[in-house]
Design a protein around this ligand. Structure first.
Ligand SMILES: [Zn+2]
Ligand SMILES: [Zn+2]
Length: 445
């Protein structure tokens, strides 16, 4: 892909209108220019009227309340909410579940069309939550309000849960609770590997939401802590059905998260530790590696998969990166957005791997914890990405944490990253202490 194309596709996020009052809770996304406009109608079975709110959250002020049958024009979409314009000019947010799509040209109540037929409005969102040192990622597919047609079903996918099992400190849980309606279904919980910075917080997600499918690398982790967690997973009931367990790559299959989305489990623990190192290195190399493709845009989620020892030169891949490079041509690894491996540690991101993935956007999930005498991400790792392509933009969940003298006790401070794509363009909004950051202008290690 040429440089000009890249530049066109990565849209600066500054057009997103963010209210300072809102930033800790949710995103407000400005009208998407140039997209086809679709119309919706308030469902007839609503008891009273449908509030049109100033922000996409039930606690925000109501601007107006629409009677059943009222029509409106769709301006934008975020998980569970549509931004609509009512005849008369009022623009605000209404809960998607109370709206049904109508065909602008050929109205046909018997066959409701998608609420938002225009692909330009069909945003997939990926939220990298600031869980401190660890990983916690929420993916929400676009919901067109048409149930059961197999696409745009508003699926929730969670990759890892961060380090905090207790409800009061569990930032992954809090983040989801602020955005998902009570009783929401999580369609997939993926624990990349059984390290303490990846799975404990998922216990809170299990306790407060219903999870239908669980994916685990089936690495033989010893000791009671992880096995207690697995017992909690095994007792989960979602929509009256026991959770479906996918233990090990052979049981992963190809999940159905909507026909618009192509998920690929590229790697997971192969069942044999040979060639994967020992101790923490081995456990990191058990990580589930997931690729998601939506239209022209792809995401690669690396877990903590490694590519070398810390002291090795970055020229020769080992471990999981070697296996990925041996198994797949570069075209299969190539991804628009890379959730960098192992919090940006020097033990991952070898040069051949960076060349193959060739990302445009790099997401780093990291906090303030010393590993082997150093904080991660390693500057040297990020420098390799900038040297590969100075147009790469790097976003971090440890944004400003060092300057703020944060420690593992207080590094969960709202440095979240929200990526959304309609399969063509990609928009990124990163936050520092809950405040939206301007788009970066250069690749900065
Ligand atoms: Zn980790
Ligand atoms: Zn790890």
């Amino acid at each position: 892909m040429g440089a000009q194309t890249r530049e066109r596709r990565i849209v600066s996020t500054q057009k997103w209108a963010i209210s300072p009052l809102l930033v800790a809770l949710c995103l407000v996304i400005g009208a998407v220019s140039g997209s086809a406009q679709s119309r919706v109608r308030v469902k007839p079975d609503i008891s009273d009227c449908l509030n049109v709110r100033s922000r996409p959250e039930t606690s925000s002020a109501s601007k107006t309340c629409l009677a059943p049958g009222t029509e409106a024009e769709v301006r934008d979409s975020v998980p569970y909410w549509l931004r609509i314009r009512v005849d008369g000019g009022t623009v605000g947010w209404a809960a998607k579940r109370y709206l049904v799509g109508i065909e602008a040209s050929t109205p046909s109540p018997a066959e409701p069309s998608p609420a938002v037929a225009a692909q330009a409005n069909a945003w997939l969102e990926v939220h990298v939550v600031d869980v401190g040192q660890g990983d916690g990622i929420w993916i929400h597919t676009f919901d067109d309000s048409v149930r059961g047609n197999g696409m745009f079903e508003g699926k929730n996918i969670v990759i890892d849960g961060g380090p905090d099992a207790s409800d009061d400190k569990n930032e992954m849980l809090h983040y989801l609770q602020r955005r998902l309606p009570d009783g929401s279904l999580i369609d997939a919980l993926i624990i990349t590997h059984p390290h303490d910075d990846h799975y404990p917080g998922a216990a809170g997600v299990l306790n407060h939401f219903e999870i239908s499918d669980y994916y685990d690398p089936a690495y033989p982790k010893e000791g009671p802590k992880y096995n207690n967690f697995l017992a909690l997973v095994g007792s989960e009931i979602a929509r009256g059905q026991p959770i479906r367990l996918h233990m090990g790559k052979a049981q992963f299959g190809v999940p159905d998260w909507g026909s618009e989305l192509k998920p690929e489990f590229l790697y997971s623990y192969p069942g044999n530790p040979s060639g994967l190192g020992s101790g923490n290195t081995l456990e990191n190399n058990a990580s589930i590696v997931l690729k998601l493709t939506y239209g022209d845009v792809s995401f690669l989620f690396m877990g903590d998969a490694e590519g070398k020892n810390r002291s090795d030169p970055p020229t020769t891949p080992k471990y999981a990166e070697r296996i990925l490079l041996n198994e797949f041509p570069a075209s299969r690894l190539k991804s628009t957005v890379l959730k960098i491996a192992h919090h940006g540690s020097e033990s991952s991101s070898t040069l051949p791997f960076i060349q193959a993935v060739d990302p445009e956007i790099v997401l780093v999930s990291s906090g303030r914890k010393v590993f082997a005498g150093t904080f991660i991400p390693d500057r040297s790792t990020l420098q390799r990405y900038c040297a590969h392509n100075p147009r790469i933009r790097i976003y971090r969940t440890d944004q400003d944490d060092e300057a703020e003298h944060r420690t593992t006790a207080d590094d969960q401070d709202g440095d979240n990253i929200v990526v959304r794509t309609n399969g063509k363009t990609v928009q990124v909004q990163a936050f520092s202490n809950g405040h939206p950051l301007p788009a970066p202008t250069a690749c900065s290690p």
